[in-house]
Design a protein around this ligand. Structure first.
Ligand code: ISE
Length: 335
C-alpha cells in the first residue's frame, strides 16, 4: 500500500509538497492535511481522494491512514509536531528550520536520541540537487585536492513585506550553512558578517546585501554573498577552491538563444523553479527509505548544527565581530 502522509501546513511549501506527493511521487499518497486555518485545510483536502482535513497535527497523526508526516508549518510550530510524531513512532520529513533556535533544536535532537533511532529527515534539499551532488562527489573523490575555500552566491529577486535582517541568515544563508557542513564534512566554528552600503532597492532598514564568512573545524574559509533584493533573478552558485583546482556549480542556464545580435537565456525567478528537481528527488528518497523502514538524509543533528550557526550569524550581524559557534556534544546516534 502507498505510504499515507500527513502534510502539516498548507502554505507555500506545504501546498507544493501536497501537489508533489499527489502528482509526482510514487509510493505515497496525501492521507491528511493540517492547517490552523480550517477552511484552507479543507480546500486542500477536497482536491484529493480519501484525504482528511484537520486543524490539529495530533489529530491527523492519530488517523490509522497516516504512516508518516511532512512538516511544512512555520518554524515555531515544528517542535511540538516533531515530539508528537516521536511519541507515535512516525517518520518525519521536516522542512527547515528543524526549530527556530538552537535551544529548541537541541531538545528535538535529545528527544530523538532517547528514542535510539532516527525518525527525522530535515528538508535541506540542496543535497538532492544534481549539480551539488556532482560537486560533492568530486570533492569526496579528491579530484581537486583538499578544499581550501568555498565562494558562495545566494540571490533572491526581492523580499516579501515584513522581511528582516536575521531572516537573511535564518531563512537563506542556512542553506549555505548546511551545504558547507555537508560538502566539507566539517563543523562551522566561527561566523563574521560584513555589510556594504545597502542597495537602494532594499526596503528601509534592511542592510542588503551582506557578506557572511565561515571558518570550519578543518581550517577552510567560506564566503557567502547574500543579496535578497537583487532584482533580476534567483541565483545560487558555489565555487570550491582546492589545492589542485577549482570547481563551480550554478552556472548552467539551460536553453541559450543566439538571435538579433545577442546571446543569452533566462534566469530562474525563485527557488521552487531552480530546485524543483531537487525537491522531487528529496521527497521521493524520503518515501522510498521510509517504506523500507529507515531514515537517511540530513539529520536532526544537521538541523541543530545549522540552528547554532544561524544564532552565531545573527549575533555577528549585530556586533560586527567574529562570533564562535558553540555546539553541544554530538549524541552517538548521529556519529
Ligand atoms: C527560502 O526560505 C528558501 O528556503 C530558499 O531556498 C532560499 O533560497 C530563499 O532565500 C529563502 O527565502
Amino acid at each position: 500500500a502507498p505510504l499515507g502522509v500527513a502534510v502539516i501546513g498548507t502554505g507555500r511549501m506545504g501546498s507544493d509538497h501536497v501537489r508533489r506527493i499527489d502528482e509526482v511521487i510514487s509510493g505515497a499518497r496525501v492521507a491528511a492535511v493540517v492547517d490552523i486555518d480550517g477552511d484552507r485545510a479543507k480546500a486542500a483536502a477536497d482536491r484529493i481522494e480519501g484525504c482528511t482535513a484537520h486543524t490539529d497535527p495530533a489529530a491527523a497523526m492519530a488517523s490509522a491512514e497516516v504512516d508518516a508526516v511532512l512538516i511544512a508549518s512555520p518554524g515555531p510550530a515544528h517542535e511540538a509536531a516533531l515530539l508528537e510524531a516521536f511519541a507515535r513512532g512516525l517518520p518525519v520529513l521536516c522542512e527547515k528550520p528543524l526549530a527556530p533556535d538552537a535551544e529548541s533544536a537541541l531538545r528535538v535532537v535529545e528527544a530523538e536520541a532517547r528514542l535510539g533511532r532516527r525518525l527525522v529527515q530535515v528538508g535541506f534539499m540542496r543535497r538532492y540537487d544534481a549539480e551539488y551532488r556532482q560537486l560533492k562527489e568530486l570533492l569526496d573523490g579528491g579530484g581537486i585536492g583538499r578544499t581550501l575555500m568555498l565562494h558562495c552566491t545566494h540571490r533572491n529577486v526581492a523580499t516579501p513585506p515584513g522581511y528582516t535582517g536575521p531572516m537573511m541568515i535564518n531563512d537563506s544563508v542556512v542553506h549555505e550553512i548546511d551545504v558547507t557542513r555537508w560538502l566539507l564534512g566539517q563543523e562551522i566554528t566561527a561566523v563574521q558578517v560584513l555589510r556594504p552600503a545597502p542597495t537602494a532597492s532594499a526596503p528601509a532598514g534592511l542592510s542588503d546585501p551582506q557578506l557572511v564568512l565561515f571558518e570550519t573545524a578543518g581550517g577552510a574559509v567560506v564566503d557567502v554573498e547574500i543579496f535578497v533584493n537583487c532584482g533580476f533573478g534567483y541565483q545560487v552558485r558555489c565555487e570550491a577552491v582546492g589545492e589542485r583546482g577549482t570547481a563551480r556549480i550554478g552556472e548552467a542556464h539551460g536553453l541559450s538563444v543566439d538571435a538579433a545580435g545577442r546571446w543569452g537565456g533566462a534566469i530562474a525567478q525563485d527557488f521552487t523553479e531552480r530546485f524543483r528537481a531537487a525537491y522531487d528527488r528529496e521527497v521521493q528518497d524520503w518515501v522510498d527509505a521510509t517504506r523500507r523502514g529507515y531514515t537517511r538524509g540530513p539529520s536532526a543533528w544537521d538541523g541543530y548544527a545549522a540552528a547554532a550557526v544561524c544564532e552565531a550569524g545573527v549575533r555577528a550581524q549585530d556586533t560586527g565581530g567574529r562570533t564562535p559557534v558553540l555546539l553541544a556534544e554530538r549524541p552517538g546516534l548521529y556519529r
